[in-house]
Design a protein around this ligand. Structure first.
Ligand code: AMP
Length: 140
């Protein structure tokens, strides 16, 4: 199966639909997940198209992972988290629902579980406020 540029993250990259952006550089974009499994759940995507890690160019991954680390640190600080879970799903059998490579960054707390993957939509104002917290943490 190849890359289909009608996926929702391709539309975000083309500016066709909005997102709560927290970070962008020449190669990478990061934005809030609209169905967070924990407050502050965000996504990091390379701009170069690939379905997932299985067809990604290693050179693209080498630019993406430092951004994943940067956002993981920022999210930990912004949401005063005890830890950060980084997840990444490849193909339907593994739980992938959007077929543009992305890394989930999910703040975690001692003893607290997660909401379901692709569960309920978060309020827009909450997402905007959480995005600002990440942006502020990146700037500090
Ligand atoms: P995955 O199952 O790894 O493909 O996860 C896709 C993620 O994208 C899920 O966590 C969804 O909540 C999230 N998602 C879907 N549509 C959007 C959107 N328009 N903006 C931000 N996140 C989205």
């Amino acid at each position: 199966m190849g890359y289909d540029d009608t996926n929702i993250f391709a539309k975000i990259l083309r500016g066709e639909i909005p997102c709560h952006r927290v970070y962008e550089d020449a190669d990478t974009l990061a934005f809030m997940d609209v169905m967070p499994q924990s407050p502050g759940h965000l996504l990091v995507i390379p701009k170069t198209p690939s379905r997932n890690i299985l067809d990604a160019d290693a050179a693209v991954l080498s630019k993406t992972i430092p951004v994943v680390q940067k956002l993981a640190k920022a999210a930990k600080e912004a949401f005063d988290a005890d830890g950060i879970t980084v997840t990444q799903f490849n193909e339907q059998a593994a739980g992938q629902t959007v077929y543009h490579l992305h890394f989930h960054i999910i703040p975690r707390y001692e003893g607290a579980g997660l909401k379901p993957h692709s569960g309920g939509m978060e309020d827009n104002a909450v997402l905007a406020a959480n995005a600002k917290k990440v942006v502020d943490a990146l700037g500090s």
